[in-house]
Design a protein around this ligand. Structure first.
Ligand SMILES: [Zn+2]
Ligand SMILES: [Zn+2]
Length: 349
């Protein structure tokens, strides 16, 4: 790793509702608890669209989006322990907690009252460098391809927390919305011996075939009932009417998890589809434990991600392709430094 430059390229959100702007901005130096990371790849998440569009209303501005960061430590603050220059690391959506509020004290740091979020209330990864708090900088020692690893940091982590909260004893798991998160969690569920039922937009044959390729026993439109009742379901699509649909498909005692940070309104539904101890719940953010568990589990399975690479400067195109559903799997921005390395070393990285 070379010297740290004073300036870097970044894609910057100046105002919600406007495209990102390519800018040259200063590289931040790490505070005592922070690490400076040279970013190699950053995933593009649906939440980035919610920030861009104004569905999430409190971003810092100007803002560097992006919370699926993979790179290497370039420098460490004075109080950082266990991370050293050159280490491969990942940075997720949750970027800071105070560790003192009542939620942190009872192990719910994901609900911290002073929480800050990467690529929303903190600058994120659509840039060549970033600083991150050491508590939310996860070691990723086995990374062989930064782009393929990036979706694990949100699609994987939030997906994993949703999967964990869907409950034990699940034999038949429904996944509503088969994008980046579902394509990762389907592999985890299949590895655990569960049957996966994948629901896509009606008529999306490509995504249904993609789900079957990843081991789903059934794939169909979200407007139809699955051939077997589900033990649990996770809703990844930000579509409120999927809530009553998933409750109808789920047996008594089953859990329906809403994984997204934003969802359109849920239509009213009859009480009987919730009765018999069905549980409807949301998932917010992640804990350090989720990160440690999932990033240990993913290489053991091993989870394979299907990624679509864009240069950093094509971030707007990546976001619009995600919005339009133009690819299967996950979009990832690849930084100039890493692209150059790939050119030098072929695809062996
Ligand atoms: Zn995300
Ligand atoms: Zn707290």
């Amino acid at each position: 790793m070379n010297h740290i430059p004073e300036m870097m390229r970044a894609m910057v959100l100046e105002a919600q509702g406007e495209p990102l702007q390519e800018q040259t901005v200063p590289v931040s130096m790490p505070a005592p608890e922070q690490v400076l990371i040279q970013i190699h790849a950053c995933g593009v998440c649906r939440t980035d669209l919610h920030v861009l569009d104004g569905d999430l209303t409190d971003p810092k501005l100007p803002l560097i989006l992006g919370h699926e960061i993979v790179g290497r430590v370039a420098a460490t603050g004075a109080n950082v322990e266990g991370l050293a220059r050159g280490d491969w690391v990942g940075v997720p959506w949750l970027g800071y907690t105070d560790q003192t509020c009542r939620f942190c004290q009872r192990g719910q740091e994901n609900l911290c009252e002073q929480a800050k979020f990467t690529g929303y209330t903190l600058d994120g990864g659509y840039a060549e460098y970033t600083v991150a708090h050491q508590r939310y900088t996860f070691p990723m020692p086995g990374v062989t391809d930064a782009a393929e690893a990036a979706p694990l940091l949100c699609a994987g982590l939030i997906g994993y927390r949703s999967y964990r909260l869907a409950g034990d004893h699940v034999e038949r798991l429904g996944l509503y919305g088969f994008g980046a998160a579902a394509h990762i969690i389907a592999q985890v569920a299949v590895d655990q011996g569960q049957e996966v039922y994948a629901f896509t937009r009606p008529g999306d044959d490509e995504k249904q075939a993609f789900a079957r390729d990843l081991g789903a026993v059934w794939a169909g439109g979200s407007d139809v009932q699955p051939p077997e009742a589900l033990d649990a379901a996770i809703i990844f699509a930000p579509v409120g009417p999927l809530v009553p649909a998933a409750l109808r498909a789920t047996i008594k005692g089953g859990t329906v998890v809403c994984a997204g940070i934003h969802m359109s309104d849920i239509p009213s539904f009859p009480y009987r589809i919730l009765w018999e101890e069905r549980v409807l719940r949301s998932v917010a953010n992640l804990t350090r434990r989720d990160g440690e568990e999932f990033l240990r589990l993913a290489p053991q399975i091993p989870v394979k991600t299907d990624v679509h690479r864009y240069p950093l400067t094509e971030a707007n195109a990546a976001l619009e392709d995600l919005r339009a559903g133009r690819f299967t799997g996950a979009a990832v921005l690849v930084m100039p430094s890493y692209q150059q390395k790939e050119d030098e070393e072929g695809d062996a990285l």
